[in-house]
Write a protein that binds this ligand. Structure first.
Ligand code: GLU
Length: 284
């Protein structure tokens, strides 16, 4: 029988809060119940916002909490060349294209459409879908812009990707079968400006490379799993089983954020809270 492999995969761009504590400890509990392994991955591709200091603090908070992971920690920033191989594959398959529009350009496109009474589609997170104009740029215009050093990201041509797949995709959500709906996301970013990857690309590659069998993470990533399932299919990666757990909310029913001080593990610890009290607070 294969040994289950779980992972907790924070981004070290701030301090861990109660929601992270719940996710980490739930992974640990499920690994314990199934005789599984438990890994820690730092999703630190954003080299501006993620720092070694924040990572060190995260590890310290996790240790204090009683989260015990296997070493070594996988740091995504150390594996850009691995993601590059998959990006090149997608470029070669002609499933991605260089996308030049800035956030402001997108905003203007949406405003223009709204002024003309056209409804602009939004993704499951509420963000406007990327305009289709860059899909159809001529090869010479693309080359001209790239040679001129214009900043661009690589985006998936979602329609072409779906044609390539030509079958309905499903994922396994702890006992349920969920139909993936990647079209709802439009042309998602596969590689951000100046880096050969994005969250979506690195997460599917790492889950496969680390042999993750169970992805246990917050419900806020439930819909993103549609994109992950699609990328796994295109790149020939074995999909794990998913469990998207409830989020820990504040008194006003809002999602916690890393910028809030009062729910940061650091602050709670300084106030004298014990790891056991944290467990109780998150219901574990
Ligand atoms: N790095 C992501 C985050 O901190 C989690 C990714 C995942 O669990 O798939 O929100």
């Amino acid at each position: 029988m294969t040994v289950p492999v779980f992972r907790f995969a924070p981004s070290p761009n701030g301090h861990l809060h109660l929601g992270h504590a719940y996710s980490a400890l739930l992974n640990q509990q499920m690994a314990g119940e199934t005789g599984g392994r438990l890994l820690l991955r730092m999703e630190d591709i954003d080299r501006e916002r993620c720092t070694p200091e924040l990572e060190a603090t995260m590890q310290e908070d996790l240790r204090w909490l009683g989260f015990n992971w296997e070493t070594p920690v996988r740091r995504q920033s150390e594996h850009f060349e691995v993601y590059r191989v998959s990006l090149d594959k997608l470029i070669h398959m002609d499933l991605v294209y260089p996308a030049f529009l800035s956030r402001n350009d997108i905003k203007h496109a949406v405003q223009k459409a709204t002024a003309e009474n056209r409804v602009w589609p939004h993704d499951p997170d509420g963000a406007a879908l990327y305009p289709l104009s860059d899909r159809t740029l001529s090869p010479s215009e693309r080359a001209k812009r790239m040679n001129a050093g214009r900043a661009f990201s690589w985006r998936l041509n979602m329609d072409r990707a779906m044609e390539h797949v030509s079958q309905t995709l499903f994922w396994n959500e702890t006992g349920n079968t969920i139909q993936a709906r990647p079209l709802d996301w439009g042309d998602v970013i596969i590689a951000r400006k100046d880096m050969p990857t994005s969250y979506h690309l690195s997460v599917v590659i790492d889950d496969a490379l680390q042999g993750i069998t169970h992805v246990v993470r917050g419900k806020d990533l439930f819909h993103a799993t549609s994109i992950h399932r699609l990328l796994q299919h295109i790149l020939g990666l074995e999909p794990p089983i998913y469990h998207h757990h409830a989020l820990i909310l504040d008194q006003d029913g809002q999602k916690l954020s890393k910028s809030r001080k009062d729910t940061a593990l650091r602050s709670l610890r300084l106030e004298g809270m014990t790891p056991q009290q944290i467990r109780e607070r998150v219901g574990l």
